[in-house]
Design a protein around this ligand. Sequence first.
Ligand code: AMP
Length: 513
Amino acid sequence: MSKLIGIDLGTTNSCVSFMENGRATIIPNAEGSRTTPSVVAFLKDGTRLIGSAAKRQAVTNAARTFSSVKRDMGSDTRYTVDGKSWSPQEISAMILRKLKEDAEAFIGETVTDAVITVPAYFSDAQRQATKDAGLIAGLNVLRIINEPTSAALAYGYNKGEPRKVMVYDLGGGTFDVSILDINSDTIEVLATAGNNHLGGDDFDQCIVGFLLDRFRKEHHMDLSGDPVALQRLSEAAEKAKIELSSLQKTDISLPFLAQASDGPRHLEVELTRARFDELTGHLVSATRGPVMQAMEDAGISASQLSGVLLVGGSTRIPAVQEQVRRLTGKEPSRDINPDECVAMGACLQGGVLTGAIHSMVLIDVTPLSLGIETMGDVFARIIDRNTPLPCQHSQVFTTAANFQTSVEINVLQGENETASGNKSLGKFKLDGIRRALRGIPQIEVTFNIDTNGIVHVSAKDLATNRSQNITISGSGNMSPSEIEQAIRDAERYARESEKRKSAEARDDGAYDV
Ligand code: AMP
């Protein structure tokens, strides 16, 4: 059996691990680092750079470099270079392929099976897109698991005594909070909540806004439309933010940031932690709602928590840690490395799935309620949020008009009481309903969520037993034939890149002689 890897496909950085001698071990990449920047760049000669090489050249090649793609998973965003465009799944697949290749080089074996993590709060379309990205990268994705669950697995595995813990996960682009019940042989997610558009990138953007303002005031120039300047500002902002996690103030220096008619303009600013906290206070506050909701949904108060785990790079921000202390009254645990525990939990889960680890059951939940639209813009909830997975629920509906022979099922996900206030995951039609007065036909709608958190919906006319079903795929998701095409493209590129590398090696050899 080939080795299985656990992958944390992060917004900013990704990390991969495997089981070695019964322990989860982080795999260093080809450059020797334990995490790989989730960045892809396309060079003019057709070469692709992935990871730190792509990140390093982002400033000078901003229009051809893509980062934080995870934020667009499940959407119909396209990334275009030289007239060719890629979906978020395809760009993510390029990162996954590098992780796979680096893992193969490190382990010395082919790797096909993988467990990939996603934020607990990822919607169905985002999960499906992540699974497709794995497929395109040539991976057999055994399971998609939630990042906080994965972190808790890394933390709770082999630890003995039962306890309830909160996982507070603030990464580059997403925020999740989960309450878990860890026992010797089960880890059960009691509740999860979050915001999949809140993360470290937003903190960076607050600093960028502040710097743009400063520059405007000092030099009367607006750089908000200049992609190269913006890229430099974003990088400087992230660097300053990271420094402010350990220092009280930092200097931001960007020489030659713009060119005015009479010469270059530079930016020199001192940023204090206090000012940074003011600029980003609203982001820190925005984590309160999900924390409270998760505790309420789990039916526990902060005093019943035995610990709080911090996951994700942004939890290194002192104001974020302070917020956690304020909300829970607990000192966050420092037992686990926030950058690595998610990937480690993923390969442990792989071990559970393949039987390498016995006596550990993981029970996860669905993060958002699911249902369908009914007359008058009403959201008819069929599965409540925080229902343990896998699960299946059915409900019987009827027609709204006399002699109606077809119904359209609009599948919705969210917590709003109105249909239009929730996200539509997709629509499908059940026709051939026997003609009858309104209210007579009985149409049974069944929702099934598998262990990956992926939703399948079916509708059946109970009079005729005629049924229709779909596996939900959002507008941004790819059809099976598009995925197959993407797999072929990825394999072709891998072959070409292999050829290019061996030609380069031959050239290098010739030069050496
Ligand atoms: P992750 O998605 O978990 O890799 O988190 C990445 C995010 O964490 C990025 O926005 C980073 O800028 C941020 N980050 C990493 N280290 C630090 C640090 N020491 N202080 C503040 N933010 C950090």
